[in-house]
Write a protein that binds this ligand. Sequence first.
Ligand code: IPE
Ligand code: IPE
Ligand code: MG
Length: 243
Amino acid sequence: MAVDVDKENLPLHVAITMDGNGRWAQERKLPRTSGHDEGLRTAKRIVKAASDLGIKYLTLYVFSTENWKRAEQEVGFLMNLIHTHLCGELAFYKENGIRVRHIGNFDALPPQIRADIQEAIDDTKDFTGMTVNLAINYGGRDEIIRGIKKIINEKVPEDKIDEKTFSTYLDMPECPDVDLLIRTGGEQRLSNYLLWHVAYAEQIYTDTLWPDYSNDEFYSHIEAFQHRNRRFGAEKPAVKKGK
Ligand code: IPE
Ligand code: IPE
Ligand code: MG
């Protein structure tokens, strides 16, 4: 239960690396793709739990710029899963007032996926509940390079470039920095996720494989975040957490 979560002190922006689908399937002697199917169910459940809790921004690592290295069959399956989800689940986002956004290299995605993403963004743009950023074909370095190119193309004068303006050239200019980064699947690494945005994020790593990640574990991670002392380089904890 979410009983121990202090709803007045929620992280504003939670990011999740949903890892471990393949191993979950392998443990059950199933094809890796079954793990992705199950992982999608978990993602939907956690999106709902975060929205019900009152989280404002949730960013999910769906497919990285490095994931194209996988077998063609797995990549094809994942693209198809993204397509089916975006086309079939718009009602879910609407029911919950959730705004869908995309981060990542949009132009390099297959045309069908670009169309699906665009439709989801357009159909949910006026919703005022939680914002879900779907990181699809996302790489932190790629995001930074694309941002630099935009700045050069717009001939932004050097004295106008600071951390604040630079972040407006990245993929989620309207979102605050990540407060809490959760990674399932046991690996303790960033895997090129949100390199700019996690500068002062609290990080939680769990061995739980993504398909097994329960709402209760999610709530326990939010609660653990609430007990962290965030100092942002100062000698004392910042007064207000989650900002
Ligand atoms: C995460 O699960 C989903 C994607 C990267 C698309 P994995 O597919 O990486 O699962 P493991 O890490 O191999 O178990
Ligand atoms: C990170 O997981 C990407 C996603 C969850 C979409 P990976 O499984 O691709 O990361 P590595 O290869 O273990 O670093
Ligand atoms: Mg993995």
